[in-house]
Design a protein around this ligand. Structure first.
Ligand SMILES: [Fe+2]
Ligand SMILES: [Fe+2]
Ligand SMILES: [Fe+2]
Ligand SMILES: [Fe+2]
Length: 442
């Protein structure tokens, strides 16, 4: 049986204001939490930040709206703000910034992989696959620091659900912003699923950017601070890339409707999938609240645009955030597309060997890495701690690491401190030899 949220009543707005004790929930235990409960918590915080921010943009820009409707938008914004606090503050105080960071990148990898496989628009799907391999590499870079600084194995956080190994190297993610801009969908033709998928991943990426902006400085280690700066800048590109897929001709009323519908769909998925009974209660209450928001957004849309909301959001719920093991899909894309780059035409993609010498992104890459690339330094440094990089993957995928690096690297505009395939191979050999020596002693 399908679920049409427009046919549901939801919680009336006047009942949605909560007291401080209800707003501030009991955090989960980092030692016990299911990794996908954590990814839901991280994503829903991002969805709420976007939902809250959008209400403010709406009221700042809109002139032709009645006072009572404007007040309703503002009241809903207040509720988004309260929901955001509940979601974000489920995170416990003893979960370090780096542990949370691994959670953020696990969200990006497994969410984007799910969306790519459930995206009806081929071009949007290709863009999801492109972004996927960049966040996949971020997870690997941060995993090095988590090990060096805090003795954390990647599986302490990702719990064996997501591989941790190099992707398209982070130093090659820096592009001319003009090239990051994608072709946007046509709002008259795009499926509601495409619109919800994009808004979901965009909210996640924006919050990832904000988290690195607000936390990257919290470590004294300079290489780590620089790596946060470097990856934060890529997340800025991801926000640019995903938001550019949206048809700029969408009206603010359409956007309002899509924002509330996206919140409904995400909470609906969280409620269906949640394994933590305490946290599930929040997904249930918040879904009810969001259906209430959607009713108001639908009424406003009908009043000002004189159209049926189903023209925009359809009549069925969408599942935008089903978190599950995506290793097989990610490995397939990794092996096929690690050498992909943004094409100079500003719309499509090329492989490394197809891009011309005057590619606009080379200038950006040469400038930002003119001394060195922090994301390469982290592999240089981890050699002293562990002989080789920290990797968590099947033996089959581990055996492909050198060939993946060979395929993913560029010659032009690579940083001077780039870890080349030969060096990585030697590191791996040294690790094996020392492992044997250690085993003999024991
Ligand atoms: Fe919300
Ligand atoms: Fe990332
Ligand atoms: Fe990202
Ligand atoms: Fe909402």
């Amino acid at each position: 049986m399908t679920f049409n949220p427009l046919k549901e009543k939801g919680m009336p707005l006047e009942k949605q204001l909560r007291n401080w004790h209800q707003i501030v929930a009991k955090p989960y235990k980092k030692q016990k939490v299911d990794c996908y409960t954590r990814t839901r918590q991280i994503l829903m915080n991002g969805i709420e930040v976007e939902g809250w921010g959008f209400k403010h943009q709406f009221n700042r820009f809109m002139t032709d709206i009645d006072g009572e409707d404007r007040a309703d938008i503002s009241r809903i914004g207040r509720i988004e703000n309260q929901q955001q606090m509940t979601c974000n503050w489920l995170c416990p105080e003893d979960q370090s910034v780096l542990e949370t960071t691994l959670g953020y990148e696990q969200v990006a990898v497994d969410l984007t992989a799910w969306l790519a496989q459930n995206e009806p628009d081929k071009y949007v799907k290709e863009t999801f696959n492109f972004g996927l391999l960049e966040d996949f590499d971020h997870l690997y870079r941060y995993a090095q620091f988590a090990y060096m600084r805090e003795g954390i194995e990647p599986d302490d956080i990702v719990q064996g659900q997501t591989d941790v190994i190099l992707g398209r190297p982070t130093q090659h993610h820096h592009n001319c912003n003009g090239l990051r801009l994608r072709k946007h969908y046509d709002k008259m033709k795009a499926a509601p699923q495409t619109k919800v998928n994009i808004l979901t991943v965009l909210s996640g990426e924006q919050q990832t950017h904000n988290f690195y902006a607000e936390h990257g400085f919290m470590y004294g280690d300079h290489v780590l601070r620089e790596t946060y700066a470097e990856i934060k800048d890529v997340e800025e590109e991801h926000v640019t890339m995903y938001e550019s897929l949206i048809d700029p001709a969408e009206t603010m009323y359409e956007k309002l409707l899509l924002h509330e519908f996206t919140e409904v769909c995400n909470y609906y998925t969280c409620l269906k999938d949640e394994v933590d009974n305490e946290i599930k209660k929040y997904w249930e209450i918040f879904l009810d609240m969001e259906i209430g928001h959607l009713q108001i957004a639908a009424d406003i849309f009908k009043k000002y645009e004189k159209r049926d909301p189903e023209e925009i959001i359809g009549s069925e719920i969408i599942i935008p955030c089903r978190f599950k093991n995506q290793k097989a899909y990610v490995q397939k894309i990794l092996e096929k597309e690690i050498n992909k780059r943004l094409a100079p035409d500003g719309e499509y993609y090329n492989s490394v060997d197809e891009i011309p010498n005057d590619w606009a992104s080379y200038k950006v890459q040469e400038r930002v890495a003119e001394i060195s690339a922090p994301s390469e330094n982290c592999i240089n440094v981890v050699e002293f701690y562990h002989d080789r990089d920290i990797v968590e993957a099947s033996d089959e995928l581990k055996d492909k690491e050198i060939s993946l690096l060979e395929k993913g690297l560029q010659v032009k505009a690579s940083a001077q401190n780039t870890v080349l395939p030969d060096k990585l191979e030697n590191m791996i050999k040294k690790h094996e030899q020392r492992k044997e020596m250690k085993e003999k002693i024991i």
